[in-house]
Ligand binder design. Structure first.
Ligand SMILES: Nc1ncnc2c1ncn2[C@@H]1O[C@H](COP(=O)(O)OP(=O)(O)OP(=O)(O)O)[C@@H](O)[C@H]1O
Ligand SMILES: [Mg+2]
Length: 497
């Protein structure tokens, strides 16, 4: 640069260097101090000019190994003295930054200045704080964090990992091997996936479903994110973030169950409306058929054969009108009267009617009633219908022989009354069980069953805010379980329709 500084500019440049509270020294390529700012002179004396810099700073006659001026002499480029080991030595506080003062191609002098760097204590403190922060991050993670070396020895095991694995931190760190937390060959599988490119990149595993074996033998479903820790190319450790899937899976399965129930309820309501419409349309012509058949029977002298044909018409019409009644019941067109009733007596009454039927003559009936169950708010007519349908089905399934067991009890939470009706019939296969509450689903021969029995039962129980389920193993009979809430919406003595 050709610019010529004025005397004033030069004066201020010197003043600026002299006002600095950093040491500023210029040395020759022979390490002799050529000039120094005021601060340096105040610190080290005015007689430093002409002396060897090592003598002044380190009371040594030879150049320090890590002297940045050495590098400047060699490279003609600025240099900062900072070696790894300096951090741990006592002699690092005045670090020297050094740059060349060139005269054309030649190095004329070297400028050195110092600037303060944090003390070892400060660095240690910072390191400690950074470490503590990282530790806290890991420890407070809601997901289990487990790190292990390549032999499987546990290095990190946080509180969430304790909860998942059932081991204390001490046990995990001192006695556990990472391979033990996976059932079977799980650990090997995970390493294989980690080393492959296909599961989130080499050395990484993303959202991988695995099972973890708890200390007590329980299997915990886990969503695992894991990585291999490398030093250069060398694998030195693995770290895994374990997300416990139990809650999520439970919510999912509850949702699925609710969805199935909703579908069932929707189906019921749609079919209910349809059935009600059809039933009403059938009711009038059926009334007409019955009425006119009766009139003909009463008003004409009839040939016995014709009379028997008419009787047949009347009987068939009666069957139709019974079915219509069922359909109307199913569509809830009849009025319900909700009152407190004793469920044990209701079952006894139904049994009294059924026990005299031929179907039940060879069936052993066992009752285990809990006398202490409270009264339940129900429409007793409808409840009789429920018990009648289920018990009749049981009798039919057992083909008139076997054992019928009826139990009543309180639910564990004391909020429901449970009724179990068990038979020793052929049971219900899973395929069939999925449909038994569907309207018009029957496995009975044509004309023997309408398939409406259990669908009516289902909608009555729903109306009572209860639940009905079936348990069965094919060949080992079936058990219908009904739960009715003790406190019902009609509890206040209301009437629902
Ligand atoms: N206790 C039981 N054991 C075995 N299968 C049963 C039992 N209860 C019901 N089922 C099965 O469920 C089906 C549906 O029963 P549901 O009561 O709805 O109709 P249904 O008995 O066939 O006809 P309906 O009741 O109209 O006479 C039956 O056809 C039968 O296959
Ligand atoms: Mg039935």
């Amino acid at each position: 640069m050709d610019y010529k500084r004025s005397e004033k500019e030069k004066e201020y440049l010197i003043k600026a260097i002299d006002s600095s509270d950093r040491q500023f020294i210029i040395i020759s390529p022979d390490f002799e101090v050529i000039a120094a700012n005021t601060y340096t002179m105040q610190l080290l004396g005015t007689d430093i000019i002409g002396k060897h810099c090592c003598e002044i700073f380190y009371e040594k006659s030879t150049t320090c190994e890590s002297c940045p001026a050495l590098s400047v002499i060699k490279t003609h480029k600025p240099s900062l003295r900072f070696k790894k080991e300096d951090v741990l030595s006592d002699d690092f506080r005045t670090c020297r930054y050094s740059y060349p003062i060139m005269s054309g191609e030649n190095l004329e002098a070297i400028a050195l200045f110092t600037f303060n760097r944090p003390t070892i204590e400060e660095i240690e403190e910072k390191l400690k704080r950074a470490n503590a922060f990282l530790r806290n991050l890991i420890l407070s993670s809601v997901d289990g964090v487990i790190a292990a070396d390549m032999k499987g020895k546990i290095l990190i095991f946080n509180d969430a990992a304790v909860e998942i694995g059932g081991y204390t931190i001490d046990e995990a760190i001192n006695t556990l091997n990472i391979r033990q937390i996976y059932p079977g060959d799980g650990a090997r599988d995970i390493m294989r996936h980690l080393r492959s490119d296909e599961y989130g990149g080499k050395g990484k595993l993303k959202s991988f479903r695995v099972d973890v074996l708890r200390k007590d033998g329980q299997i915990i479903p886990i969503c695992l994110n894991a990585a291999i820790v490398y030093e250069g190319d060398k694998e030195v450790a693995t770290i895994g973030f374990f997300h416990d899937m139990r809650d999520e899976l439970k919510i999912k399965s509850d949702l699925e169950k609710t969805h199935v129930k909703l579908l069932q309820a929707e189906k019921m309501s749609a079919l209910g409306k349809l059935a009600a419409g059809v039933a009403h349309q059938l009711n009038n012509p059926l009334g007409g058929i019955t009425l006119f058949a009766k009139i003909i029977m009463e008003e004409y002298e009839l040939d016995p054969l014709v009379k028997s044909d008419l009787e047949r018409i009347l009987n068939e019409a009666k069957k139709c009108s019974d079915t219509v009644k069922e359909l109307l019941e199913f569509a809830r067109q009849t009025s319900n009267l909700i009152r407190p009733h004793d469920i044990n007596s209701a079952i006894n009454r139904t049994m009294f009617l059924l026990e005299n039927q031929a179907l039940f003559q060879n069936i052993k009936i066992t009752k285990h009633f809990d006398d202490t169950i409270p009264q339940v708010y129900v429409d007793i007519q409808q409840m009789n219908h429920v018990f009648m349908n289920i018990i009749l089905n049981a009798g039919q399934a057992m083909d008139g022989k076997g054992t019928l067991t009826i139990r009543t009890s309180m639910s564990n939470d004391k909020e429901k009354v449970c009724i179990e009706i068990e038979d020793t019939g052929p049971g219900i296969s899973e395929d069939i069980a999925a449909h038994i509450f569907d309207p018009f689903f029957t496995t009975k021969e044509e004309g023997k069953g309408t398939g409406l029995g259990l669908s009516i039962v289902y909608s009555i129980i729903e109306d009572h805010k209860g639940s009905i389920a079936v348990k069965s193993k094919p060949g080992e009979g079936a058990t219908f379980i009904i739960e009715l809430p003790i406190s019902h919406q009609g509890e206040k003595g209301g009437q629902t329709t």
